[in-house]
Write a protein that binds this ligand. Structure first.
Ligand code: NAD
Ligand code: TYD
Length: 350
């Protein structure tokens, strides 16, 4: 038996990682630690919540005493750390929340791992899940490799860069067996509809404006969330300590082209003439500090650990749109905030 802590497991990517680990590794005990912020939703894990190897713990990684107690109670062998404030626009509004969760929260988890494992790191692992946004912005050419210098521009990416530095420092200073991966933009089921793809699917369905930042010329490299979860599995089990891997779909899209594809797919599925909803496109003021282009070179991960993306983007987008259209209740629930009221009542009364 191994005790594995997954932080942020009620969020978008975390819920796919929790599901994968609970189903694939019945001999691991999976502990999902999540604060259930607006982005955390236990509905995402309904199908596995009764599995015997799964436990949910509501808690905040910024609370160092609580984290240390939790580690001593459950004697974790491994940590897969995904809990974070993750939305760039929110980080522009409220950077301190990002410093607290992304930097202080990560250091609390590092300290607790170090305290629990002392200097015996046999079979232990601290896996920090990070973003390609730490590398800053590319021009029209080139790719981020694991050697690209950090150059974050948003409070979100700066806080993730800070946490990455702490994770590496704990490896170099204390020998903590860490691994880091930096992934490109994810899409797929269960993503909170503040990020581009689910927000726009929801707005197309409801005939609401589609706010395109600037001219829609920014480029992102999109990866299906389950491919990311599979990469996390491969890296967690096989990466040598101290290593970093870039994860990406080799799938660059200019925002405006992606939006037009999305409109076509959603319109078709709603029985509208494909392209009708282009009238909803509204160009708005650009995001402050908006990075022009992200593109990942994931050849290290592909060559060393044999991972590769499984889905073509057109296929992934079809599956994603189908999921949101078939889960309108999930969408209505998270956009209305009803589920948060429910959690507040349920957990504050305990
Ligand atoms: P998300 O916002 O959907 O989920 C984050 C989860 O963390 C939520 O369940 C939230 O409740 C929880 N959380 C937030 N603050 C917490 C705290 N103080 N204590 C405990 N739990 C807390 O995020 P996501 O998109 O699933 O991203 C997960 C991780 O992957 C993040 O670390 C993010 O930086 C990284 N990442 C995301 C993407 C992407 O495209 N979404 C790409 C690369 C890397
Ligand atoms: P987002 O999903 O917020 O991811 P990130 O900023 O982490 O890459 O945004 C993806 C791209 O879409 C990014 O270039 C910003 C742009 N965007 C819009 O044009 N309009 C929107 O309403 C949102 C949320 C994003």
């Amino acid at each position: 038996m191994k005790n594995i802590l997954i932080t942020g497991g009620a969020g978008f990517i975390g819920s796919h990682v929790v599901r994968l680990f609970v189903n694939k590794y019945p001999d691991y005990r999976i502990y999902n630690l999540d604060k259930l912020t607006y982005a955390g939703n236990l509905e995402n894990l309904k199908d596995i919540e009764d599995k015997p190897n799964y436990t949910f713990i509501k808690g905040d990684i910024t609370d160092g005493d609580f984290i240390l107690k939790l580690f001593k109670e459950h004697l974790f062998d491994g940590v897969i750390h995904l809990a974070a404030e993750s939305h760039v626009d929110r980080s522009i509004e409220n950077p301190m929340e990002f410093v607290m969760t992304n930097v202080v929260g990560t250091v609390n988890l590092l300290n607790a791992s170090k305290a629990l494992w002392k200097d015996n790191y046999d079979g232990k692992r601290f896996y920090h899940v990070s973003t390609d946004e730490v590398y800053g912005s590319l021009g029209k050419e080139g790719y981020f490799t694991e050697k690209t210098p950090y150059d974050p521009h948003s409070p979100y990416s700066a806080s993730k860069a800070g946490s990455d530095h702490f994770v590496r420092a704990y490896h170099d200073t204390y020998g903590l067996p860490v691994v880091i991966s930096n992934c490109s933009n994810n899409y797929g089921p269960n993503q909170f509809p503040e990020k581009l793809i689910p927000l726009f699917i929801n707005n197309i369905c409801n005939n609401k404006p589609l706010p395109v930042y600037g001219k829609g010329e920014n480029v992102r490299d999109w990866l299906y969330v389950i491919d990311h979860a599979n990469a996390i599995d491969v890296i967690f089990h096989n990466a040598p300590a101290g290593e970093t891997y870039n994860v990406g779909g080799n799938n660059e899209w200019k925002n405006i082209d992606l939006i037009k594809l999305l409109i076509k797919v959603v319109d078709k599925k709603l029985g509208r003439k494909p392209g009708t909803s282009e009238r909803l496109i509204t160009f708005v003021k650009d995001r402050a500090g908006h990075d022009l282009r992200y593109a990942i070179d994931s050849s290290k991960l592909q060559k060393e650990l044999g991972w590769k993306p499984s889905l073509r983007f057109e296929e992934g987008i079809e599956k994603t749109v189908d999921w949101y259209l078939n889960n309108r209740e999930w969408l209505d629930n998270v956009t209305s905030g009803d589920y948060q009221k429910y959690y507040e009542k349920m957990y504050n009364n305990r």
